[in-house]
Design a protein around this ligand. Sequence first.
Ligand SMILES: [Mg+2]
Length: 296
Amino acid sequence: MRISLPCAALLAVALAACQPIRPDAPTPVATTAPAAASVPADDNLNAVLWVQRSAEYQAAAIQTYRAAAEYLDKALAEPHWDALVPSERDNHGHGLKPAVVLDIDETVLDNSPYQARLVRDGLEYSDPTWDAWVEERRARPVPGVLEFARAANERGVTLVYISNRAVHLKQATLDNLRAAGLPVADESVFLGLGTVVEGCEQEGSEKDCRRRLAGRHYRVLMQFGDQLGDFVHIDANTPEHRQALLEEYDDWFGERWWMLPNPTYGSWEPALFDNNWRQPREARRAAKRAALDVAP
Ligand SMILES: [Mg+2]
């Protein structure tokens, strides 16, 4: 059959309309749009946008806190239920007041505006810019955490915050937590970086001494974090050791330990470039590219 030119054009349009569309396909851009020639590349652009603009991030955080709240009654009813690893507990924990231990950044407070500013300005993390952001006291609560905190409060469970925010940021942090609607029973529930724990020597930013301190006062029902180190001491920050820890405590997650999603930063990243932040950005990026799993 011979097809006239106008008919052929119509058929081509009709066939194009029948092409399957990937559910995650980008919206087509008009061909007349100017080329974005000078948009700087940033490793964190998608990750920060996912946290700030996706329904998926919110759903993941909400379902984590909602599921944890469902476990509170079970945890309270079982006297031996404990979310501290045995090596970090100095006592039996029985009969102590119940508490949950939470990390702060990207666990209860969302600092994505700080990350967004770094992307906008082409910068990387630095202590002065971080401290300035914390002093603003404008971090918002992570989705779902306020509902969990309410459920914990109703059951007499104290929220203890173990954070690597340094102790000189304590007041700004407590102000921000309160402004965000999170309960702060008293100032002792903030255990920042630099907290002195009698009989325990702090190793870098590891949190085990502060978990031990919390365990002296509380039966710890649950822990919440966005990093493996929020839950257990990391002897060596290598992909292999991190994987081994995940497997060792596999059945603690989703019962005693609750992980929040944070694609924007974390110790998983330097584990991919030998924890050497002194390397130029390009060298770190090259190491990360080399770590891609392309299913060879
Ligand atoms: Mg954190």
